[in-house]
Design a protein around this ligand. Structure first.
Ligand code: CTP
Ligand code: MG
Length: 235
């Protein structure tokens, strides 16, 4: 059956990493627990994954953040918590080990800082796992790229071959766990696709989505619609 007309997704679970400090966004409360569109940022992606059929969602939370996390996720079933690590990669590993069990075959690994998760991206990722052990959503680079050095342009990078990488990233569970275990470098890999690839596996690229944008700065919380100026009358 063609996947486009297939409304059932393969069985999956998810890890959402929410144990960062959100330093670039500033503020008293880490960005993933700050409200956006009526609920804490983290709750958006957890609800989306549950609605899309995730068996379990493991949310990796900061040390000492348990009360805040339980409040943010109150009333949601099939959610488990895990303690965060020093780096994102450590936090991912804690989440994967918490989920580990004989019937976990496919896992999505996602940033709490990306609240919107379109179902069609989840579908593209999970179906890609039929053909590859890992799959990631990417978007083209549209601007030209400069290499910066001390306020001057020191060169340029060709954008045609480059892609912007988003999360969630999808993996066959056994492959991503063993890839993290065999990782030799400092435990600060930017994402899990790098870890899978370093272990010699293929990572499939699927089409990403601008809605998966990562909240990074304070300004990202401003609701564009609510803050838009009224139209100017000209007549
Ligand atoms: N993250 C995590 N554990 C860490 C570091 C990051 O779980 N030790 C999570 C963050 O909570 C976030 C995701 O990884 O959901 C992506 O990281 P990023 O956007 O860089 O968030 P922060 O590291 O919290 O922000 P900053 O880099 O501005 O401090
Ligand atoms: Mg960070």
């Amino acid at each position: 059956m063609a996947h486009d007309s297939d409304h059932t997704l393969p069985t999956f679970s998810a890890v959402i990493v929410a144990a960062g400090k959100g330093l670039r966004a500033g503020g008293e409360v880490p960005k993933q627990f700050r409200p956006w569109q009526g609920k804490p940022l983290i709750r958006h992606s957890v609800e989306a994954l549950l609605a899309q059929g995730a068996q379990f969602v493991c949310v990796v939370i900061p040390l000492g953040g348990e009360v805040m996390a339980r409040e943010a996720l109150a009333g949601l079933d099939r959610v488990v918590l895990a303690p965060g690590g020093k780096t994102r990669q450590d936090s991912v590993m804690h989440g994967l080990l918490t989920l580990a069990g004989p019937d976990i075959e496919r896992v999505l690994i996602h940033d709490a800082a990306r609240p919107e998760l379109p179902r069609e991206v989840t579908a593209r990722l999970l179906h890609a796992l039929d053909h590859a052990p890992g799959a990631i959503p990417v978007l083209p680079v549209v601007d030209s790229l400069a290499i910066a050095a001390e306020g001057l342009m020191a060169g340029h990078a060709p954008r045609e071959q480059l892609r912007r990488v988003q999360t969630p990233q999808a993996f066959r569970f056994e492959d991503i766990i063993s890839a993290h275990e065999s990782w030799k470098g400092p435990r600060d890999a930017g994402d899990d696709a790098q870890v899978l690839r370093a272990a010699g596996h293929d990572v499939a690229l699927v089409e990403g989505d601008e809605r998966l944008k990562k909240f990074t700065f304070k300004e990202d919380f401003v609701d564009q619609q609510a803050s838009a100026l009224p139209p100017v009358r000209t007549g």
